[in-house]
Design a protein around this ligand. Structure first.
Ligand code: HEC
Length: 129
């Protein structure tokens, strides 16, 4: 049960609905917008706490380039699809270089894929800021 909740919390926007029970469904478009928003709202705080408690802020700022790219720039570069979120989460875990320049990002091998995904999702939500 606990695992299921985590999957629901971390899953794509639509999964929130899948986990949310059988409430009456609004028109499909509305549903998509609403579920996207709720994912961001629910996870933003969690993501910020994680980002703050890890070393991310040593190299990243929200909207200015530091050692690593600004999170807002990362958000502009990528579509927030599941595949992209998984790729970027894996990169945070394994580290890497060459996308933004020759400076490498250090690996974070103790992070779970789920935690990394929460942070990446939040970062990609900064597109419009
Ligand atoms: C030692 C400095 C450093 C730390 C610490 C660091 N990063 Fe990075 N990060 C970088 C650099 C440098 C890049 C650009 C890598 C490249 O050019 O491929 C980057 C890139 C990224 C990207 C974009 C990857 C891509 O392929 O476009 C994301 C997302 C990211 N970092 C998230 C995080 C998160 C979350 C943390 C904390 C867990 C973190 N970073 C910690 C330096 C760092």
């Amino acid at each position: 049960m606990k695992k299921l909740m985590v999957v629901c919390a971390l899953g794509a926007g639509l999964m929130i609905y899948a986990c949310g029970g059988n409430e009456s469904k609004p028109a499909e478009k509305k549903e998509e917008a609403a579920s996207k928003k709720s994912v961001v709202d629910a996870d933003a705080e969690k993501a910020l706490t994680m980002i703050g408690s890890l070393d991310c802020t040593t190299c990243h700022k929200i909207s200015e380039k530091n050692i690593g790219p600004a999170y807002t720039e990362v958000a502009k570069k990528y579509e927030a699809t599941d595949a992209v979120i998984t790729d970027l989460a894996n990169k945070v875990i394994k580290g890497g270089q060459g996308v933004w320049g020759s400076v490498p990002m250090t690996p974070h091998p103790n992070l779970s894929l789920d935690s990394a995904k929460v942070m990446v999702k939040y970062i990609l939500s900064l597109k419009n800021q």
